[in-house]
Design a protein around this ligand. Sequence first.
Ligand SMILES: NC(=O)c1ccc[n+]([C@@H]2O[C@H](COP(=O)([O-])OP(=O)(O)OC[C@H]3O[C@@H](n4cnc5c(N)ncnc54)[C@H](O)[C@@H]3O)[C@@H](O)[C@H]2O)c1
Length: 359
Amino acid sequence: MIQVPEFSITRIEAYIKKGQYSKIIVLCDENTSRLCMEQLVKELPMPIERITLLPGEHSKNLENAAYIWDQLLELDADRKAVLINLGGGMITDIGGFCASSYKRGIAFINLPTTLLGMVDAAIGGKTSINIRHYKNQVGLFAFPEAVFIDPVFLGTLPKRELIAGYAEILKYGLIQETKVSQQEEDKYSDQKDLLWEYIKYEEPVNIPDWIPIIKTCVDLKEAVVAADPKEKGLRKILNYGHTIGHAIESFSLDIDEVPLLHGESIAVGMIAEAYLSYKKTGLSKEALNDISAVIIRIFGKYIFENPGYDDLIHYMHMDKKNQADEIRFVLLEKIGKALYDVPCTIKEIKESLDYYLTL
Ligand SMILES: NC(=O)c1ccc[n+]([C@@H]2O[C@H](COP(=O)([O-])OP(=O)(O)OC[C@H]3O[C@@H](n4cnc5c(N)ncnc54)[C@H](O)[C@@H]3O)[C@@H](O)[C@H]2O)c1
């Protein structure tokens, strides 16, 4: 069940007391152990045990899942224990997966410490691990018992990670106006009220108060997830930019010495998918130019070679959201309004990558 997040770490003490857990185990990576643990521990009413992973996407794998289950056993975690996932999406994804399968499910709490975790990965109930270089191939829908979002943790987050998280915020801006229910009226008659219209001018490193932006994103994700928790339809709009973006991410993990981050890959995907939207679903040329210019200004450009196209298409076929030979996309009718399940041909996809490379 979806839990409305609390917007301060100080609320966690009362929550833990109420839960009467037998044991608190904190899952972290080496960075969040060093930079975020102290802040958490001082709010907790009882001592903790900790399980620490190496940082980075490579850690979201089966070996580490087995290691976490093993450590939970070693620490005598029973069914009344709680796992607190202290970290970015890597930690909340693998931690949620392990907690919800250990002894058929123990409670877990997400405490996101990256911007991407706060607006996306820690909420919505998707948990997973990667297999080989394929993203999120094994996982469960499982909701945390609680989520505590506190921008205090962003203070130590490297600038590159902060900017990468901004990609998901831009994504919300691009899909925000999509109707959650058939009965719903158009919400934003005044275009100036749209999230996109103010976030597009911001420099992520200069934003003084994150709470209003994070809340807008969380509210939007929650409304969409509540309407379609298992991604049968509407929830797919949250994958805008992700079909090409995930392929770029896997591709980069495979070949680059310093691979692209998740958000950086999604940024590439959002431009290519805006091009597909221009070709197929009526997105205007001005909107395509606006989306491309904003994303390139914030993220710069990822240079990959044309021969890589076939690898990218292969990764798109591996994406669990695709059936047989068809590659289906979330595309935009206009900024703010998304459509899902729009099939595109390989030729069109290659053309969208060509467009990206000409920018
Ligand atoms: N479940 C979902 O719905 C969902 C949604 C989006 C993304 N994801 C997943 O999230 C993952 C990416 O998440 P991410 O970008 O948060 O990456 P991440 O968890 O790997 O964290 C990024 C880096 O920041 C460090 N870090 C985290 N918090 C810090 C802090 N406060 N100070 C200093 N360093 C800190 C980490 O150690 C790591 O090196 C991907 O695996 C992606 O598939 C899941």
